[in-house]
Design a protein around this ligand. Structure first.
Ligand code: GDP
Ligand code: MN
Ligand code: MN
Length: 250
């Protein structure tokens, strides 16, 4: 198997209301079953998820946590507003977002956002965003593609960040090896590979984190197209999550 990957050049700065599928259509020719990897940053921008820190109504709780974490109380308030549950308050905010993913600062970004006081929230439902972009690409090109929306995330036990999938469409989030055999005939019992995260991690190398201006990466040659959508099967159920339970006891 041979796989090609490239970042799409000359994507403009994305604004609220922009149609990512239409912009992409003018910049590269997609092929059937391509995987289109899109940074959450531009999906959020297109959905108008920019908010000004000046518009936050800061609670006492946010002031206390902000002081403890040496952060801007308005930013802490924005994180609280996006969160369903706070798993860790200090030295940083680890939360479960309303969409169900667990991440630091509810995935809210300062970087690559125009305006000193502006911050960027994650899209409300990235799986749904991915589904819409997939349908829109089909409308413009007649091509069935997979979509993965990525965000750069830190990791609990390792230094350094990697791209992770936060939404998907046209691909199964996992490739299940359970029930298949290893080289020596033993039946695999645990392996359920998070393919959307693996692809997100690789695509992120081509996107970069800075001023590259390359928020869209095309992966061609992986045979993973599937008429399904969503990454929520990756969210570990609370009752199986020993780390989450341990955090709650702290
Ligand atoms: P995140 O990982 O989704 O939070 O996004 P990053 O802030 O790390 O940005 C990923 C890539 O997208 C980098 O190459 C940025 O320069 C680029 N990028 C971010 N916003 C825009 C935009 O509006 N237009 C273009 N062309 N590139 C952008
Ligand atoms: Mn981000
Ligand atoms: Mn990034």
């Amino acid at each position: 198997m041979s796989v090609t990957a490239f970042a799409v050049e000359k994507i403009p700065l994305i604004k609220a209301g922009d149609d990512i599928a239409r912009i992409l259509n003018g910049k590269t020719e997609l092929k059937e079953r391509d995987i289109v990897v899109i940074s959450s940053t531009i999906v959020s921008k297109s959905e108008g998820r920019v908010v000004s820190l000046d518009n936050m109504t800061v609670t006492e709780k946010a002031k206390i946590i902000a002081k403890r974490n040496q952060n801007d109380p308005r930013f802490v308030q924005a994180v609280f507003d996006e969160s369903e549950e706070v798993l860790l308050e200090s030295p940083f905010l680890l939360v479960r977002t309303r969409n169900g993913s667990i991440c630091v600062n509810a995935g809210i970004d300062h970087s690559n956002v125009e305006g000193e006081k502006n911050i960027l929230l994650l899209s409300k439902d990235p799986d749904e965003s991915a589904r819409q972009i997939k349908e829109s690409i089909f409308k413009y090109t007649g091509k069935k593609v997979s979509i993965i929306i990525t965000d750069t995330n830190g990791r609990a036990f390792r230094i350094g960040q990697t791209g992770a999938a936060i939404g998907s469409a046209g691909i199964k989030a996992t490739r299940d090896w359970r029930g298949t055999k290893d080289l020596f005939g033993r039946v695999l019992e645990v392996k359920n590979e998070a393919v959307v995260d693996e692809i997100a991690g690789f695509a992120n190398i081509l996107m970069g984190e800075g001023n590259g201006g390359t928020p869209i990466v095309i992966i061609r040659g992986l045979d993973l197209y599937h008429e399904s959508y969503g990454i929520k099967e990756l969210f570990r159920p609370e009752e199986d999550d020993v780390i989450r339970r341990a955090l709650k006891l702290m």
